[in-house]
Design a protein around this ligand. Sequence first.
Ligand SMILES: [Zn+2]
Ligand SMILES: [Zn+2]
Length: 149
Amino acid sequence: MDLEFSIEGDSEGYVQFECPYCESEFRLMAGEIQNEEEYYHEIFCPYCGLADEVSNFYTREAIEHAKELAMNYMYEELNKAFGGIAKKMNKSKLIKMKWKPLKKINVQEMRTEDSVEDEFECTSCNKHVKVLYCAGKSNVFCSYCGVDI
Ligand SMILES: [Zn+2]
Ligand SMILES: [Zn+2]
């Protein structure tokens, strides 16, 4: 089962990520992390500089969002399956079976709100990362190539 979901970026096209190591949040430009020519499988945390698979950087909200979509998908499949059984059983007239479609969870559009984070441009790959500079760290790492910005 392959479910796709998309997250809309903020007004500048940034989407939120969360570091699996230090739990800091940062933002990357949607079009830079994934576009027609390149797709990053691994990114660096701009705060602690550690790298991991992109999927490990999804925010809790994004994971919840994906779960809700998966649940809805499951409900649909269940409804289809039980609907079929109910029809067959009703035909046999031996057993009456009623079924009600399961209610789908209302999945809200996921949108990234604008934030106060600072935008940095990497001097070696020219890509962008948005971090909270007041986090107290003097070093910001590029999420793509891992160097100090
Ligand atoms: Zn980190
Ligand atoms: Zn870079």
